[in-house]
Design a protein around this ligand. Sequence first.
Ligand code: TIU
Length: 220
Amino acid sequence: MTKNYKVQAKPYEFEFDIDTTAFMIIDMQRDFLYPGGFGEKLGNDVSATNSIIPNVKKVLDAAREKNMLIIHTREGHRPDLSDVPESKAKRGGGIGEEGPMGRILVRGEYGHDIVDELQPKENEVVLDKPGKGAFYQTDLESILRNKNIKSLIVSGVTTHVCVQTTIREANDRGYECLMLEDCCAAFDKRDHEDSIRMINQQGGIFGWTTPSENLLDELN
Ligand code: TIU
């Protein structure tokens, strides 16, 4: 069985060994994808973020088929809000307030959880994070080291905030990151497109980007 893959990408082919690569799904939570959650409360239209669910699901199915390590992240806070920095609390979004999907961005609430279509399976990692980056105040680095992971294939929302922050943090730690363009979204298309350019510019300053079709062509 082939373990090494080469995927057409920008700025050039992305090569990875499937046994040392994890598929990450960043913050595909109801709070960012449906009306009444954190994303909308911040003043955004959530139609772009929820439109990528089917694209992410296709890659998730392929990653499961290949027994890849799958990591789901969720941005959120303790019910007593003791881990919310004042600087974050005062900038809106209604963290901790009651909304139609429960208390906004609070762990254990319906809105904080991952959408039905992408619900994690028992053997998959679910990582709760208080910030935008997936490494900050989490055990992600330890999990990746223990599982001998060298490369990350990254999807989720929002492209310019949690996805980009995580890719930048991963890049500095020596991980090679492939961002799946149509499996990520920002509330504003310009932020999404600018992020793609920021990642793959200067010879892949933070990583590689590609439409998911190129990855699926190789995996399937
Ligand atoms: N506001 C925004 O675009 N994003 C976030 O606050 N969190 C994530 O990106 N998950």
